[in-house]
Ligand binder design. Sequence first.
Ligand code: NDP
Length: 294
Amino acid sequence: MRAELIDGKAIAATIRGEIARDVAALTARGVVPGLAVVLVGDDAASATYVGAKEKASVEAGMKGGTIRLPASTSQQELLALVERLNGDPAVHGILVQMPLPKHIDPDTVIRHIRPDKDVDGFHPENVGKLLIGHTDGFVSCTPAGVIELLVRSGVDTRGAEAVIIGRSNIVGKPMAALLVQGRAGGDATVTVCHSRTKDLAAHTRRADILIAAIGRAEMITGDMIKPGAVVIDVGMNSVPDATKAKGSRLCGDVHFASAVEVASKITPVPGGVGPMTIAMLLRNTVRAAERTLG
Ligand code: NDP
């Protein structure tokens, strides 16, 4: 079998078109959705992600702005900025790019963001709402993007064996919460694996839907995948590659060449989950702006 590609870039482009229409409608009602992105320090990968988010928000017709602060910024200064953005009516969504410099506690910063502006969906109030099934919170963008990919690719999650590898707060855990919910893109039977899981392959080989969010380049090989499974690769790893001008290439947590021969559908890296994360961030920002209209 050679798997069908799930084209995250194309699906994200469709969603961004839908979002642009929503933004135009809101703007006509006098509300221009505003997304404030905060970048502390000069981490190269973070700068790239932030640039992509700002560009996408502006392309969708939003008011996007990145506030760049030096790595020496104190936690107090960052909290004061968040406070100011919390109170700014033109800002509907606030995103503080992680990771933060070591001297700043990320949990303190996340808890400071007003939950109704927390478009990353990391605030404990939004995480709690996700767990209890309340739909008026914000869901972490990457797992929300994975659900959207499954639904828009016609994957039936109901009753499916879904196996997630990774239990982080931003991907693995919210992914499990979404897949187990009793609504579209949910109703799956969910297993969450991690570094302490015994016999990982025994779990992955049972999966009708396999989601890899590990951060280990090409760890999941074709022999670990059930024939006909749907494989979603969240991983984004930079590996050395002398044939590339910059000396490295981006790859996922799944060994694509062997997995594509076994799976029925698979996401590529790049062009799979990554573009969906940004699309979901824009959607959360539009929702935050809509809610200010009551
Ligand atoms: P974390 O490092 O926070 O979590 C990784 C998880 O994988 C942990 O739960 C860890 O287990 C588990 N793990 C590590 N090694 C193994 C192993 N050998 N066997 C089984 N499980 C293992 O990463 P994130 O969740 O933040 O990100 C995961 C990947 O997704 C990364 O490559 C990241 O770059 C990518 N990513 C991509 C995004 C996108 O937009 N496409 C967005 C966010 C992340 P334990 O908890 O026991 O340590």
